[in-house]
Design a protein around this ligand. Structure first.
Ligand code: UDP
Length: 241
């Protein structure tokens, strides 16, 4: 695979360190920054969609009595906090980085998302972080990842997961005989109702013919290896072969 432009989806929880009670682990961010530097130095353009689950999830907040639309806007703000923290961590490692938000923020905080601007920064070799998800409630950042990958014509989405290296036919945490797929189509994924990403995201990726690569983000140099296809993974595609 010869990628020119990739979109990396980082989950909010993937930034946290539960043992140290840190919502964002700067050591982890540093490791991402070092890898991204190596990747961008090779001329590969990198966009990032970051989640907010380390701070807030709309569906959980709704269960605690906050109306869903408002709870989701809080979730989108959580993704923006993560995006800004990532930007700081990246800049500390001399990696030029822009945050573009789907929610209109004060310009002192970050820039507003405009497609042409995102592509210009990417062409300049800067990392672009998309904050605020899709900017609308009832969506997830997985769907935002497929939306932005489509908008910027990314070659693929790299979706790092926590301690699971791909898509299995049943949950490997509970079933030691669970079988991992090397590749799976969106139709199969949807028909089997496999919960690796939500159905809206899967349908959109299918329609726009974007491959999603699932791998374990906790593996050493996971991002570099994922780009080189040198990591245990599952590739979700529109068509087989
Ligand atoms: N969210 C939203 N619209 C979007 C993306 C996210 O309303 O387009 C909200 C939603 O409440 C979600 C929260 O932001 O629960 C955090 O995003 P997500 O759960 O996808 O984060 P992750 O699980 O990747 O950390």
């Amino acid at each position: 695979m010869n990628y020119k432009r990739v979109l990396i989806k980082l989950s909010g929880e993937g930034l946290a360190n539960k043992e140290k009670s840190l919502a964002i682990d700067n050591e982890l961010v540093k490791k991402f920054a070092e890898q991204l530097k190596e990747i961008t130095n090779k001329g590969i353009q990198v966009a990032i969609v970051v989640g907010g689950g380390n701070f807030w999830r709309g569906t959980s907040a709704e269960k605690n009595g906050i109306q869903r639309v408002r709870a989701d806007y809080i979730g989108m703000l959580a993704t923006t906090m993560n995006a800004l923290a990532l930007q700081s961590g990246f800049e500390n490692n001399n990696l030029s980085c822009r945050v573009l938000s789907s929610l209109t923020m004060d310009p002192k905080v970050c820039e507003v998302y405009i497609n042409e601007k995102a592509k210009k920064y990417l062409n300049n070799g800067e990392v672009v972080i998309f904050a605020g998800g899709t900017g609308r409630p009832f969506f997830t950042t997985d769907t935002a990842a497929t939306l932005f990958a489509s908008e910027i014509s990314a070659d693929a989405i790299l979706m790092g997961k926590n301690n699971v290296d791909g898509v299995y036919d049943s949950d490997p945490k509970y079933n030691s005989n669970a079988k991992k797929f090397d590749t799976i189509t969106y139709d199969e994924l949807l028909a089997k109702n496999l919960k690796v990403l939500d159905q809206t995201a899967a349908s959109m990726a299918k329609e726009n013919n974007i491959d999603i690569i699932i791998f374990d983000i906790n593996e050493k140099n996971a991002l570099i290896k994922a780009i080189q296809n040198k990591i245990s993974n599952t590739i979700i595609t529109k068509n087989r072969g």
